[in-house]
Every structure is written in structure tokens, then in C-alpha cells.
Ligand binder design. Sequence first.
Ligand code: SAM
Length: 290
Amino acid sequence: MAESQGYRVLWYTEWLSSQEAHIHAIKRIIFDGYTKYQRVTLAETGSFGLTLFLDGYAQSSEYDEFVYHEALVHPAMLTHPKPEKVLIIGGGEGATLREVLKHPTVKRAVMVDIDGELLEIVKKYMVKWHQNCFNDPRAEVVVADGKKYLEETSETFDVIILDLTDPTKGTPGVQLYTKEFYEEIYDKLSKDGVMVTQATSTRYNIDAFSVINNTVASVFPVERPYKAHVATFYSEWGFALGSKSRDPLGIPRNELSERLGRLGLKFLDEEIFYHLFHFPRYLKEKMQQY
Ligand code: SAM
């Protein structure tokens, strides 16, 4: 309260559900406008620092974007024994690509985002997120619909990461949370291929979280739901990992330790890695209802 009185406050309301909202003190609006696909608001908030909102929902903030992006990327990358070719669908901020490129085995990483105008805003104002990884010689950035791209490509990938806007909010990503799309992903993954998708909040959308995990499980022989607490999303954020062969909880301990140790991460270590995959009983019971 005292801090918000130090400047002329503009309040920004983010609706978490029809029953609950979070109100951010805004220090400065860096960008606010419409692209062809979404409303993009980039603002310096009082408690999370620089924050990207798409259609009114926080996508990531300076405060803890690394938590979300490390949790999204590394469990899948480590589940694959040697990821060389990686496809990211969505991932506008560039931080997912940044994390993928930390793995020394990666030879090629393709990022496909539908919104070229958003990418220009990100490149200009969100250097802390992408850290110029778009210029890495291993990276290719494609502006296209991820579904169309995957259907048309003849390439296969070791890991496919879906970093998309939520399916629950009428966004351009809705069609990329379906069984048909996960089957397409399965076909475009190499022998030990792994996929992961962000799967919304376990607090606000336990139904969507459970359904996404069940859908991935209906396509992949190995499936693991997991979550990490992301303060910017006011809850634990959910993910769904599908694997053709290796189980993330079956990675040899010495391999996990050695590969994780080389990445220089801020959030994920061995202890947290295992913690991600364990749910309290009340959540397990809720998940079983779907
Ligand atoms: N971190 C976010 C979260 O969980 O709240 C999601 C990350 S990100 C900013 C979402 C990205 O998905 C956006 O850049 C958006 O343009 C992209 N996107 C949405 N639909 C897409 C589609 N059909 N194909 C490719 N990219 C898409």
C-alpha cells in the first residue's frame, strides 16, 4: 500500500475466474495495442516488474518467468536421452527457446508462433526474456499457425514443446489442445520422442488441467502430470508430459544430476525435479473426477 502511494497509480484488473480478480498497480505502460490475433499489453507492474498480458491475462513477468520456463522446458528435455531437434509451438517471449538452447546436445530448435507482430514487440522490449537467443545459429523462428506447420512439415523432432495461450479463454491456441493434435505430434516425434504442454492452473482450472493430461495420456504410453508454483499466476501452474519411451521419474539419477548441473538454472534442481511430479491427495482426488 505504502509503495503504491509513491506514484500516481493506474490499476489493472486481471480476472482469474468469474469469482476472483487480481488488481495490479501499474507504474508504466510500455505497449498496449491489438495485433491481428490478440490484445498485447506490456506493463511495469508494482509487484511483478515488467509483465506481458495477452487478452488481459498475465503470460509471464520479470519476477518469476524463469520458474515457468524452466519448469516447462527441462523435464521434457531431460526425459529424452539426447535431444538434438526441438520444436516449440507458441513461446512468443523467446524464453522457452532460450531454455532449450541451454542443452548442449541441441543442434536445431524451431519456434513457430502465430503472431509476428507480438514477436516484434517482444524483440524490442523483452530482451531480458529472449536474451537475443533468436540469433543463435541453431535457432529458426517461423511465423505460422503451429497446427498447420506441424501438419505440413516432413521433419521429425526429438522434443516438441507447446507453450500456448490457454484453451479456456477463446484464444488462437484452442485447437492445439485436442487428441487429434497430440496424435499429429506423436507422428512427428522420433523414436524416444517427448512432448510437453502447459496445462493451465491447478487452482483455477483443475478441470482443464485434468482433461489435458487425460488427453495426452490417451495418445502416449508414458504420461506425467506435473506442476510448479508460479507467483505471477497466483497458483501452481500445471503441465502435461507425454513420452514414447522414457519416464521422467525413471531417468538414471547420475544422468539427471550431471545434465541438470550443466544447465546453470535458477529454479530447477534435482530435489525440485522430483517434487514437480507429486501431488497432494486432495488434488489427486479432484483430478480423478475428470
Ligand atoms: N506463458 C504463457 C502462459 O502459460 O500463460 C503462454 C506463453 S505464450 C506468450 C503464448 C503464445 O502462443 C503467444 O505468443 C501466441 O501468439 C502463441 N500462439 C497462440 N496460438 C497459436 C497457434 N495456433 N500457433 C502458434 N502460436 C500460437
